[in-house]
Design a protein around this ligand. Structure first.
Ligand code: F6P
Length: 335
């Protein structure tokens, strides 16, 4: 074990690896799969694709991949390997079956593309069956420690920003107040970035409390209340969802013309941005490189443009700090 809990398999030469996507999909996962497959092939490692994450591992939905298997996929959202949130894998019997299938196929290392739950699964396989794994952060939420950005976050923010721009047009025409809900179960990253990029009048995210009060004060100070307003709400905000907040707003201003837009899973799909494709390609390649170097039990990330490996336990538990500079900047300019 190295000093940070990353396990080092000395003199372990990996000949065959399994690649899978798990949990919520995110745009750029295909680019990550492609990079992992082609990096493996470049080093004479045989890549196998495991379909539907841990479900496919349990059901033996495992196939060899080649360079052509990942042709013409970099531009697509979703994941060609499909994904699932497996209940069976939470049980010891499910994991035993998964480990047995991996062994049957001679798979000696795993590239796990997903979020917190996916990393936890890989950690179990490592701890219970000694199967080395490296995680690639794939989630639109950008809530994983050990990387500045996760695969899919940039695309989701751009999708949300585009939606805000469109809502802005109609909001302005009608002089309406819109509450736009973005994804982010426990994290305000999409809310903060999309709200800032979309010029929202207010952003309500779980990391910052009492923002409804600030919103009301801010609205109160508006010289022309008939003007439109856009408020971005993260789905995980402690003060409520967009629909709850719009109701509270109407209690304060019954005369206001208020509407709610919930962007939902639209943010999870679509063409990945160049940024996401490049990030995903780097991470996929370095996950394989990590396995070749004998690393396991860790997630690969990019921090300040450098590749970094972080122990799973830290990546899972370590709450990613919000970028406070952006929050302060937004507070100053969202008038
Ligand atoms: O974790 C990514 C995410 O998109 C969250 O932002 C959201 O709360 C959740 O997944 C939705 O999950 P599902 O696709 O299972 O409805």
């Amino acid at each position: 074990m190295t000093k940070d809990g990353i396990i080092l398999f000395l003199l372990h030469i990996v000949k065959r690896i399994g690649i899978y996507t798990s949990g919520g999909d995110s745009p750029g996962m295909n680019a990550c799969i492609r990079a992992a497959v082609r990096t493996a092939l470049a080093f004479d490692i045989e890549p196998y694709g495991i379909r539907r994450g841990y479900e496919g591992m349990i059901e033996d939905d495992i196939q060899p991949l080649n360079a052509a298997s990942v042709s013409n996929i970099i531009q697509y959202g979703g994941t060609v390997l499909k994904t699932a949130r497996s209940k069976e894998f939470m049980k010891a019997e499910g994991r035993a079956k998964a480990a047995e299938n991996l062994k049957k196929h001679g798979i000696e290392g795993l590239v796990c593309i997903g979020g917190n739950g996916s990393y936890t699964g890989a950690l179990y396989l490592q701890q219970e069956y000694g199967i080395p794994a490296i995680g690639c952060p794939g989630t639109i939420d950008n809530d994983l420690a050990g990387t500045d950005f996760t695969i899919g976050f940039d695309t989701a923010v751009n999708t949300a920003m585009d939606a805000i721009d469109r809502v802005r047009d109609t909001a302005e025409s009608h002089g309406r107040v819109f509450f736009i809900e973005v994804m982010g179960r426990d994290s305000g990253y999409i809310g903060l970035y999309a709200g800032l990029a979309g010029g929202a009048e207010g952003i309500l995210i779980p990391e910052k409390g009492n923002q409804f009060e600030v919103l009301i004060k801010h609205y109160e100070q508006k010289s022309r209340k008939k003007e439109f307003s856009i408020y971005v709400v993260a789905e995980g905000d402690d003060e409520g969802k967009a629909v709850d907040l719009s109701k509270r707003f109407l209690e304060h201003y019954p005369e206001s013309d208020t509407r709610v837009v919930v962007l939902g899973h639209i943010q999870r799909g679509g063409k990945p941005t160049a940024s996401d494709r490049i990030l995903a390609s780097r991470l996929g390649a370095h996950a394989v490189k990590g396995l070749m170097d004998g690393l396991s039990n860790c997630a690969v990330g990019v921090v300040k443009d450098e590749i970094l490996y972080t122990p799973f336990a830290e990546a899972i538990k370590g709450k990613k700090e919000l970028n406070d500079n952006l929050w302060v900047l937004n507070e100053m300019i969202c008038r």
